[in-house]
Design a protein around this ligand. Structure first.
Ligand SMILES: Nc1ncnc2c1ncn2[C@@H]1O[C@H](COP(=O)(O)OP(=O)(O)OP(=O)(O)O)[C@@H](O)[C@H]1O
Length: 360
C-alpha cells in the first residue's frame, strides 16, 4: 500500500487542447493518504472515470505525474502498478467455479496454497457465497457474478490500492447496502487504500473516509462527510450533498450583513467586499420557522412529508427556499424564517469565502 500523489494532473481527450473546456480533467493536485477510503463523487461526465483510469494506468494524463509513495508510475502499465480493479460489470471466468475465480489472482502471484485456501474461504464467507463456492460461475445471477468480481479485488492483501468503478450498479438495492457495509468493515480490518467511483451520494457518504467531489472536470472539495455537509467549499457541493441540497441565494455582502432582495440577514462574521457573483448558502436543516415578526416572511409553495420530518418548499422574495420541519413541529399560518447564523456560508463565484473577522 502507498500514499497516492496526483501531481498537477490534467487530461484532455483532444490532441491539441487550446482552452479550459477541452480538458475532461482540469488540474488536480492532491495527496491521498495510505490506507484511507476515498469516494470520487459527481454527476455523469464530471471526470471521475478519467481520473480513476489515470490512477490505474489505463490512461496516461496529458499533464502531470502519478506517484505511488515516492515512485513515479505515470508511464507504467496497469499490470505493473500492483492494484486491484472492480468494474461496473462482472469480469470473471465463466468456466471456473466461484472458489477458483477467487483463487486465480493469488495463484498468479505465487501465494502459498494454504494461504490461498484461507483467503478464498474468508472472502466467500464475507460475500455470502458459501453455498455457491463449488458452482461454475456461468450459472450464477448477475448479482452473484458481480460479488465474485468484488471478491477478486478484495482477496489480494498486497495491493497498492483497490479501485472500484460504480461496482454496485448491477446489485439489487438490499444487497447493495449489505455489500457497502461489508466493504467498509473490510477496509477497517485490512486498511487497504480504496478508491471508489460513484454518482450516488449515499454510497459515497457511507463508504468513504474522504469524499472527493468533482464537478465539470474539477475537484471542488475533498472532505469528510461532515465537512461536506457543514462547510461546502463550492455551491455545487452544497446542492449535490444533502436532500434537499443547500439553499443558495444571491446576496450583496457588506461587512456582517447579507442583503437578499429587500431583506437583511445577519452574518456570523464580517466579510471583506466580495468580488464576482456573491451568494449565501444555508442548509434547509438550519432554516427555522416561526410566526415571530422579526423573521423574514416566506410564501409556502408546498410541503413534502418524508416521515421523520417534512420539507417546506417556500419562496423568499424571488428565490426558492427549503426548510426542514422536524417531527412534532407545526408550520405557522404565515411563516417567517430565521437562519442559524453560524451555519451561513458566503460564496464568491461559487467558491466559499472566509470571513475577514469572526464575531464582528
Ligand atoms: N475516450 C474518450 N474520448 C473523448 N471524450 C471522452 C472519452 N472518455 C470520456 N470523455 C469525455 O470526458 C468527460 C469526462 O468523462 P468521464 O467518463 O471521466 O466522466 P464520469 O464522471 O466518469 O461520467 P460517468 O459517471 O457518466 O461515467 C465527458 O465529457 C466525456 O464525454
Amino acid at each position: 500500500m502507498a500514499r497516492l500523489v496526483l501531481d498537477h494532473i490534467a487530461h484532455s481527450y483532444y490532441a491539441n487542447p487550446s482552452k479550459a473546456s477541452d480538458f475532461a480533467l482540469k488540474e488536480v493536485h492532491q495527496t491521498w493518504e495510505d490506507g484511507s477510503a476515498y469516494a470520487l463523487l459527481g454527476p455523469s461526465g464530471c471526470g471521475k472515470t478519467t481520473l480513476l483510469n489515470i490512477i490505474s494506468g489505463l490512461l496516461t494524463p496529458s499533464h502531470g505525474h502519478v506517484l505511488f509513495g515516492d515512485k513515479d508510475v505515470t508511464l507504467l502499465p496497469t499490470e505493473d502498478r500492483n492494484i486491484a480493479q472492480v468494474f461496473q460489470f462482472p469480469v470473471i471466468y465463466d468456466t471456473m467455479t466461484v472458489a477458483e475465480n477467487l483463487a486465480f489472482p493469488l495463484k498468479n502471484r505465487g501465494v502459498p496454497a494454504p494461504d490461498i485456501k484461507r483467503r478464498v474461504a474468508e472472502t466467500i464467507e464475507m460475500l455470502g457465497l458459501a453455498d455457491q463456492a463449488n458452482r461454475k460461475a456461468r450459472g450464477l445471477t448477475a448479482d452473484e457474478k458481480q460479488k465474485i468480481s468484488l471478491g477478486r479485488g478484495l482477496v489480494r492483501h498486497d495491493v497498492n490500492a483497490i479501485l472500484f468503478d460504480e461496482p454496485l450498479t448491477v446489485i439489487d438495492p438490499h444487497m447493495k447496502w449489505q455489500l457497502r457495509s461489508q466493504l467498509k468493515h473490510l477496509h477497517r480490518r485490512f486498511g487497504f487504500t480504496m478508491i471508489y467511483v460513484t454518482h450516488d451520494q449515499t454510497e459515497a457518504l457511507t463508504f468513504a473516509d474522504k469524499v472527493v467531489v468533482m464537478y465539470e472536470g474539477e475537484v471542488v472539495q475533498v472532505g469528510t462527510p461532515a465537512e461536506l455537509f457543514e462547510r461546502p467549499r463550492h455551491t455545487f457541493v452544497g446542492y449535490f450533498i444533502g436532500s434537499p441540497g443547500m439553499n443558495v441565494l444571491p446576496a450583496e455582502i457588506a461587512g456582517n450583513v447579507a442583503r437578499v432582495g429587500g431583506d437583511e440577514i445577519r452574518l456570523p462574521a464580517s466579510y471583506a467586499p466580495v468580488s464576482g457573483k456573491s451568494e449565501i448558502g444555508i442548509r434547509p436543516e438550519f432554516v427555522h420557522l416561526s410566526d415571530d415578526a422579526s423573521g423574514l416572511p416566506i410564501t409556502v409553495r408546498g410541503v413534502d412529508d418524508i416521515g421523520r420530518y417534512r420539507i417546506l418548499r417556500g419562496q423568499l422574495g424571488a428565490h426558492t427556499l427549503n426548510a426542514i420541519v422536524p417531527e412534532g413541529r407545526s408550520i405557522p399560518e404565515s411563516p417567517r424564517v430565521h437562519f442559524d447564523a453560524d451555519r451561513l456560508n458566503v460564496y464568491a463565484d461559487a467558491h466559499l469565502v472566509e470571513p475577514a473577522s469572526r464575531g464582528a
